[in-house]
Design a protein. Structure first.
Length: 448
């Protein structure tokens, strides 16, 4: 069986300069959504391999929207093809049914309605795909009206728990909002920098820990990886991705679906094909969970509390890796199936989690500063732009002060921050009267 994660990643990496970690988590999410729905994790408190990712970065340059588009293209094609082929629906009907599985609206009522409407047409797998989910999280973290209960609702969806919202019988034509247990919900959404949307309270709530926040700093980007928008051969990418779905992903989806359906024929309740994680891997993940809990006992910091979900995500990603790499094992005559998750699956998942987690301590330290940050950024951005605009010549301190009209104390704080973040350098030139202080943007230093 080909490695479906690696096959997808190879295609997307060729056609975009988006950060590799965005592309890898995109590949994991596709497998989690399209194939993971048929599986459960054997002998684990973490039952299903449904992954929740949020891509986060500064606007534009990291191609978040592009990656979200890649994700949508594959999932849309796979499910539409499944409904067309398996349920004999016409193309538009098949796509319409798939569309019922997409959750974009950020209000509790909107999400409840989306799940109920999907359930009504036989959909059990849903994907939260909000390209601006930061606004939703900000409303939750600040307690804005209209979001009461949204964090609880999302948490229930994450765990596949049932939900019911009783409405007053005094309201004419009131309809209770409810859906049954067992929903399989994944997430692939995005937002700008976390400090603009989240606060300290949010970092300690269970909802944020369940979402893997994939933050890419501009320092992670490499200029040599940049690709022209006119050299990406988009038509070639589309053909390769269609072939990936039609020749690899969809046949595997159909195989797993038929195995799952036959597996349940003789059972009274719905069961899922087990992913069995090797004992040696279980012990390693158990050690991770133990060490995190011991750290919390010593120091219940925001970062340590957030880390509690690390072992949970490690289990899920190990299982998804196995689903993408390993064929079904079992006896066809008795419809007994399983998939084995090996050390290689664990190691691949661990490497990605190390990459996704490298900025999290800094990110969590910055939460709760959004209002202050927003005010400061207006000033600090203005200061940097003045320095940047002078190029390799730089700008004298006196000229910078006169041009920006910022108070001396605030200006010095901005300068200190820009120096510490390595965005500018301070050059001191000796003169006959007094030293001359010049500020130069770091990007021009190599040209001097």
């Amino acid at each position: 069986m080909p490695d479906l994660i690696e096959e997808h990643f190879k295609i997307t990496r060729e056609f975009t300069d988006a950060p590799e970690i965005f592309l890898k988590t995109c590949s994991y999410h596709i497998i989690s959504t399209v194939l993971g729905q048929y599986f459960e994790i054997f002998d684990s408190h973490v039952k299903r391999p449904n992954l929740w990712f949020i891509l986060s970065s500064v606007p534009g340059i990291t191609r978040r929207s592009t990656v979200c588009g890649f994700n949508e293209d594959v999932i849309s094609r796979a499910f539409t093809k499944f409904y067309a082929d398996n349920e004999k629906l016409a193309g538009k009907e098949a796509y319409s049914k798939y569309s019922s599985s997409r959750i974009v609206d950020g209000t509790p009522e909107g999400i409840e309605d989306a799940v109920m409407d999907g359930e009504a047409v036989g959909i059990n797998t849903f994907n939260v795909c909000n390209p601006e989910i930061g606004d939703v999280l900000r409303k939750i973290s600040t307690g804005k009206s209209g979001t009461y209960g949204l964090d609880t609702l999302l948490s229930r969806l994450y765990y596949g728990e049932p939900y019911i919202d009783y409405l007053s019988r005094r309201v004419k034509n009131a309809r209770d909002r409810k859906f049954s247990a067992g929903k399989y919900v994944t997430m692939f959404s995005s937002m700008q920098e976390p400090q603009y949307y989240l606060n300290k309270t949010m970092s300690r709530q269970g909802l944020l820990r369940r979402m893997q926040l994939i933050y890419v700093d501009t320092k992670d980007l490499k200029k040599e990886n940049w690709k022209s928008p006119f050299c990406n051969n988009l038509h070639s990418y589309q053909k390769e991705m269609e072939d990936y779905v039609d020749d690899l992903l969809f046949p595997t989806m159909l195989e797993f679906y038929n195995a799952w359906k036959n597996y349940n024929e003789d059972l009274n309740d719905t069961h899922y094909i087990p992913v069995k994680i090797e004992d040696t891997v279980n012990k390693k993940i158990e050690k991770v969970a133990y060490e995190i809990d011991m750290k919390i006992i010593d120091n219940a910091s925001d970062y340590n509390i957030y880390q509690q979900s690390r072992w949970e995500n490690l289990i899920k990603m190990t299982a998804v890796s196995a689903i993408a790499r390993n064929p079904l094992e079992g006896k066809e005559k008795v419809n007994v199936w399983s998939i084995s998750a090996t050390y290689d699956d664990y190691q691949r998942a661990k490497n990605i989690l190390l990459e996704t987690g490298k900025h999290m301590e800094k990110v969590l330290d910055q939460l709760g500063t959004c209002e202050i940050q927003a005010k400061e950024d207006k000033g600090i951005d203005r200061v940097y732009q003045h320095i940047y605009s002078t190029g390799e010549k730089g700008i004298k301190r006196s000229d910078l002060s006169n041009n920006t009209h910022i108070k001396a104390k605030d200006l010095q704080e901005y300068i200190t921050t820009l120096v510490q973040s390595e965005k500018i350098k301070v050059i001191i030139k000796e003169t006959a009267s007094k030293p001359l202080v010049i500020y130069i943007a770091t990007c021009f230093m190599a040209q001097i």
